[in-house]
Design a protein around this ligand. Structure first.
Ligand SMILES: NC(=O)c1ccc[n+]([C@@H]2O[C@H](COP(=O)([O-])OP(=O)(O)OC[C@H]3O[C@@H](n4cnc5c(N)ncnc54)[C@H](O)[C@@H]3O)[C@@H](O)[C@H]2O)c1
Length: 447
């Protein structure tokens, strides 16, 4: 495994605890050997022999020494392509965290490496596996609301989790690609997979209007500062993060920062941030559907609302998530009590409220289902085809890459401009868009 930060712990715990009979972690690599040593301590706490440690410059030596079947990539987003390609060239299959990568050029290099080496690449889009989101896929596949002509999708991040992206490497596009890649690639993948369709054109606007020095002053601070640890106005700031007070944050980041200069508590209002905090998109799909999408990072609650408008009715689906801060013991993407609402409303007649499918663990139960599929030798066949590879990884990031281009130019962008043709992802069969439809009942009333 390369990248031993917060996310790697999910894979490490899975391999060394839940799936210990099926998998073995043979090597650990990171640019920061302090974090590698913490991961080795974690192995000891699982009563597993700590895997050997490798600095990032010794990645090829790790592969030569330990001969892994798979390399798991959990590094900073902009470095995924480098490790995916080096692992494939060294003869390994790869499991990579999302986003697959952050730019069109890097995406093309990953596609070329896949072609050249024939190795497999799985992009871990865990949101697909969350039971209530799979339930929506099941509904769409059933044809109950007919052909989907448009989708309205609005994702809200609150001022705990949302603000956190402005403190760390995510705040710079050179590391994260901005939130259109880092965060929204999950959401674009969901829509691609839900619709079983590919994006064609993107129009978008994005701005940073909340996490700014001017907003710090409007909230009563003297301005933006460098970081929370040295901030002179901690008592006044509602965004203060005390790294030393949380054992997870302290050991993983504060105690390691002298080795690599990775500061985890930078001021969320500082001027050098170059990602957007407010983004709106209009995306056209190759099946004729259109998507309106927004991502807002300073909201009163965390989660999303999505509506699918079909020729026979509509699905309204909402999830309210619980509060999360990366590196702490809070559950990422956990669902609040009674946080899922899914309704199907026919063109005429009464709405049907669904009992949500449920699961346990991170990302609304998605992590657990996905890990079963990755690590169990005989995972059951999946009618929803949730496993994603480089084709779905590409389709998801191209929307974000196109949106970033729109933010800069104000022009509509063709998604196909960015990479040479890639094969269509495997999507579960969707209802025919040409079959006859039942005429709405004149006697029934619209709600
Ligand atoms: N699927 C999900 O829901 C989900 C959730 C959280 C994070 N993630 C993804 O997981 C990845 C890691 O995120 P995180 O929250 O653990 O971040 P993190 O900052 O906690 O960890 C990143 C790690 O990468 C290491 N690193 C940076 N540059 C490197 C390089 N060139 N070579 C080797 N190591 C390098 C850092 O030292 C650090 O240990 C990201 O790609 C993120 O998008 C996915």
């Amino acid at each position: 495994m390369v990248g031993t930060g917060s996310r790697s712990q999910m894979y490490q715990d899975a391999i060394e605890k839940t799936y210990a009979a099926h998998a073995h972690l043979v090597g650990l690599c990171d640019v920061n050997l302090g974090r590698v040593e913490l991961a080795r301590e974690r192995s000891r706490s699982h009563s597993s022999p700590p895997p050997p440690a490798y600095a990032s410059v010794d990645f090829e030596r790790m592969i030569a020494d330990t001969k892994p079947d798979f390399v798991i990539v959990t590094t900073v987003d902009a470095t995924h392509d480098d490790y995916i390609i080096r692992a494939m060239d060294a003869g390994c299959d790869v499991i990579s965290e999302k986003p697959m990568t952050t730019t069109a050029e890097k995406c093309q290099r990953v596609l070329d490496a896949k072609q050249r080496t024939g190795r497999s690449l799985r992009v871990t889009f865990n949101y697909r596996y969350s039971p209530p989101r799979t339930q929506v896929k099941d509904l769409l596949m059933s044809g109950e609301i007919g052909d989907i002509l448009s989708v309205d999708f609005h994702w809200m991040l609150n001022t705990s989790h949302g603000a956190d992206y402005f403190r760390r490497w995510h705040a710079h596009k050179q590391h994260s690609g901005g939130l259109m890649l880092h965060k929204s690639s999950h959401h674009f993948d969901l829509v691609n997979w839900w619709l079983g369709a590919l994006p064609v054109t993107v129009q978008a606007t994005g701005k940073r209007a909340f996490y700014t020095p001017a907003m710090a002053r409007r909230f009563g601070l003297s301005g933006a500062h460098e970081r929370c640890l040295t901030c002179p106005e901690t008592a006044l700031c509602g965004f203060y993060l005390d790294l030393a007070a949380n054992p997870g944050l302290k050991s993983l980041y504060l105690d390691q920062e002298l080795r690599d200069g990775y500061v985890r508590d930078r001021c969320v209002f500082r001027g050098d941030i170059d990602i957007e905090d407010t983004m709106n998109l209009l995306v056209a799909y190759d099946n004729g559907a259109t998507l309106t999408y927004s991502l807002n990072t300073f909201n009163a609650w965390e989660g999303y609302t999505i509506t699918f408008n079909g020729t026979l009715g509509r699905i309204e689906h909402t999830i309210v998530e619980s509060t999360y801060v990366n590196g702490t013991d809070t559950v990422q993407g956990g669902i609040a009590a009674d946080g899922v609402t899914t309704r199907v409303i026919p063109l005429r007649g009464a709405p049907r409220v669904l009992t949500p499918w449920t699961g346990t663990g991170g990302h609304g139960g998605g992590d657990t289902v996905m890990l079963d599929e990755i690590f169990l030798p005989a995972a059951p066949a999946d009618p929803y085809l949730r496993a994603a590879d480089e084709r779905a990884g590409t389709a998801a990031i191209l929307v974000g890459i196109a949106a970033n281009r729109c933010f800069a130019t104000g022009e509509q962008v063709n998604v196909s401009d960015f990479v040479s043709a890639f094969a269509r992802p495997d999507y579960a069969p969707m209802p025919s868009r040409t079959d006859p439809l039942p005429m709405p009942d004149r006697a029934a009333r619209a709600v």
